[in-house]
Design a protein around this ligand. Structure first.
Ligand SMILES: [Zn+2]
Length: 323
C-alpha cells in the first residue's frame, strides 16, 4: 500500500502512528497495523493458539482472501485481504478481522508483557506490539531506559569509541581484502561490513551513543575503503614484482602524494561506496535501537498509553458523574 493510502486507512480506523506502524483499538481488539501485506495486523490473544480457533479464523478470513500469517503462543499476525477478493473497503476488512477474532471465542490478552501479571490498566505499544500493559510497568521501563541512556552519555567516551571504530573497521575490511587479494573476486556487498563493524567497535569500546556513533562509523568506513585499496596495492606489488615490504613502503609516500591514485580509487570504488551506504543504513537503523533510541521509544510508548480495562471504566464513570 502506498504510504499516503496507509495513513488514510489508519485515520479512518482512528489509529495512532507509532514509528512505522499504527496502533489503536478496532472493535474490542488492540491492534498494530503494519504496511506489510503478509504481516498486516498484529494482535495479542489471551488464549494461546488452538487448532479450533485457527480453523474458525482461517475460514472467516478466506472469504476476503486473507489468512493467518503466523500464530505462536499469544502472538497472532493476520495477512491483508486479496485485492480481487475484497468484500468492502480496506477499513472494513480490518474491522472484519477484529470481529472474526471475537467470533472465534478469543479475547485480547490481559497480561502485561513486562511483569506477566493480569489486571492491565493501560493500552500502549510494548515489546513489539500494541496491547494491554500496566501503566506502572510502562513508567518503570521508560525510567530504566532513560537511566541506561544517561549512564552511557556520562560514562561513554568519544576517544575510546573512535579507537573501537578504527579496530572494527580493520576487522570489517578483512573479508574484502581476502577475497580480492587471494580469490581475485570482489564482492561489493562485503563492503557493507566495514561501517557495520566500525559501529560495533564504537559500541563495544563504549563510545557515547549519540549522533557521533553514526558520523564516526561513516568516516571510518570511508577511511577503510582507501586503506583497503592501499593495502591491496602493497599486496599486489609485493606479490607480482617480488618486492619486499620495505621496498614498497619506500615508494608509498610518493604514491600517497599522487592525486591520481586517490582519484582512481574514488572512481574505481563507486560500487563499493554504494554498498557501504547500505551498511551505513543498517548502522542508522541499529542506532535507533540503542539506549538513547530505546529511551525515546519508551518515552513515546508512555505518551501513547491510554486507560484500559477497569481504569478506563472508572474514568468513564467519573466523567459521566461530572456531567
Ligand atoms: Zn505489569
Amino acid at each position: 500500500m502506498k504510504a499516503n493510502e496507509f495513513t488514510l486507512l489508519a485515520q479512518q480506523l482512528g489509529l495512532t502512528p507509532f514509528g512505522q506502524v499504527f496502533c489503536g483499538e478496532v472493535g474490542r481488539w488492540p491492534i498494530t497495523l503494519n504496511n506489510n501485506k503478509l504481516a498486516y495486523i498484529r494482535v495479542f490473544t489471551e488464549q494461546p493458539r488452538s487448532r479450533e480457533a485457527m480453523q474458525k479464523i482461517s475460514a472467516g478470513l478466506k472469504t476476503w482472501g486473507g489468512r493467518i500469517y503466523s500464530w505462536s503462543g499469544n502472538d497472532l499476525w493476520l495477512s491483508a485481504a486479496k485485492k480481487n477478493r475484497m468484500q468492502g473497503s480496506e477499513a472494513e476488512y480490518v474491522e472484519y478481522c477484529a470481529q472474526i477474532l471475537s467470533d472465534a471465542g478469543l479475547l485480547p490478552r490481559d497480561r502485561c508483557p513486562y511483569c506477566r501479571q493480569s489486571g492491565c490498566d493501560a493500552l500502549s505499544f510494548a515489546k513489539g506490539g500494541y496491547g494491554a500493559v500496566h501503566y506502572r510497568c510502562l513508567q518503570d521501563a521508560a525510567a530504566r531506559e532513560r537511566d541506561k541512556a544517561d549512564s552511557n552519555l556520562q560514562n561513554g567516551s568519544y576517544l575510546l569509541g573512535v579507537v573501537g571504530a578504527f579496530l572494527g573497521m580493520i576487522v570489517g575490511s578483512i573479508p574484502s581484502f581476502l577475497t580480492i587479494a587471494f580469490m581475485q573476486m570482489e564482492y561489493a556487498v562485503l563492503f557493507a561490513l566495514i561501517p557495520l563493524c566500525a559501529y560495533f567497535g564504537y559500541k563495544l569500546f563504549r563510545g557515547k551513543m549519540n549522533k557521533a556513533a553514526l558520523v564516526v562509523s561513516i568516516l571510518m568506513a570511508i577511511l577503510g575503503v582507501f586503506l583497503l585499496y592501499f593495502e591491496l596495492i602493497i599486496f599486489s606489488v609485493m606479490h607480482e614484482y617480488g618486492a619486499s615490504f620495505s621496498q614498497v613502503m619506500s615508494v608509498m609516500p610518493s604514491l600517497l602524494r599522487d592525486g591520481e591514485v586517490w582519484a582512481s580509487i574514488l572512481t574505481g570504488a563507486l560500487q563499493e561506496f554504494l554498498f557501504m551506504g547500505l551498511g551505513i543504513f543498517f548502522v542508522w537503523r541499529l542506532i535507533s535501537s540503542t539506549a538513547a533510541g530505546n529511551a525515546d521509544n519508551a518515552a513515546a510508548a508512555l505518551q501513547l498509553a491510554r486507560p484500559y480495562g477497569q481504569r478506563a471504566q472508572a474514568e468513564a464513570a467519573a466523567s459521566r458523574s461530572e456531567d
